[in-house]
Design a protein around this ligand. Sequence first.
Ligand SMILES: *Cc1c(COP(=O)(O)O)cnc(C)c1O
Length: 397
Amino acid sequence: MKKLLDEAAKYLMNTYSRYPVILVKGRGSLVYGMDGKEYLDFVGGIAVNILGHCHPKVVVALQKQAQRLIHVSNLYHIEPQIKLAKLLVENSFADKVFFCNSGAEANEGAIKLARKYAKENISEDRFEIITALNSFHGRTLASLTATGQERFHKGFEPLVPGFKYVPFDDIKALEEAIDEKTCAIMLEPIQGEGGVRVPSENYFKEVRRLCDDNGILLILDEVQTGIGRTGALFAYEHFGIEPDIMTLAKGLGGGVPIGALLAKEKVAQAFVPGSHASTFGGNPLVCQAAIATVETVLEDGILLQECNRLGGYFKKRLYELKDEFSGIIVDIRGMGLMLGMELNRDCTQVVKACMERGVLINCTAGNTIRFTPPLTVSTEEIDQVVEILKDIFRRLS
Ligand SMILES: *Cc1c(COP(=O)(O)O)cnc(C)c1O
């Protein structure tokens, strides 16, 4: 293992501060290190493994498709891609879908689509997009610029022109930021990387009203919240509104890299042959994995119900911890199985202690522990994690 870690340092670009662990296999909520150590995985590939590791439906879909056809060009029709688009359209606000390979790429597509739509349908000089402070939209140049956090921008200037930032969950600030140049408002329904921040109940209704009153498109970045994570297939369903454009990625493929850009017909029409493309986007292999994932999440609504039940139970147990350790835990936030626990300190120490005890959790926004276990997690597994956290907080206080 030491040799492999040395080779990692030698051959890989130093873009991640990784833990000295090599993960080799997984099943459900469990993942195993090369040294045989078992971990309860409440990171889930950062909200990707919505059905846990190596869900049999996803594995079989991949195996079958890998024997038939792995990749052809988007110059030709691909049956799994058509099937997946239909599945997403029939279960969302959208009429049309474009497939790509990641969240950042889906957001790039959304930015391009919004600009082209506004230029062609409203006015030539409508190109500005308003996003939220503490948002996260990806690492490519435009999605990075859309990301309202300076620490991610540093060193990569000049950024893409045409972005403006306002505080999240502040309708007044948004109203004041809108002008004759605004073409879209782009928001996460719940800020993930920003610390699992849920907006107040009426925020999105008011955002929608502002968009409608001013002829502005609403882009929802559901890369993290989508595909059942929050207890509804898409988080916008909780807020009683519909976007004009939505982006998906993380949970969509049950672990394989796939992103999607969804839009209403009138907006989607702005893209014509030549406007946008992706070589790998929506290839047969990833589409089969995504079909298996989305169908399993939707099956009788059982997993969505489970997500709400388990999320509610987990949240209740986290509140118990907060009561007991009020000197450490500041806040509990989130919906479904996208939960955050804000500490009054950096959470690195807690993350490390959990790892030693065989639990993987993730720290976001510096002081917020984020829990994104699979929707297939069990009450017992949640209890195990809570007990281990309790023990760690006891030692800390
Ligand atoms: C992770 C994430 C992205 C970026 O996705 P990548 O696949 O890493 O490019 C974009 N938006 C949100 C809300 C995310 O959580």
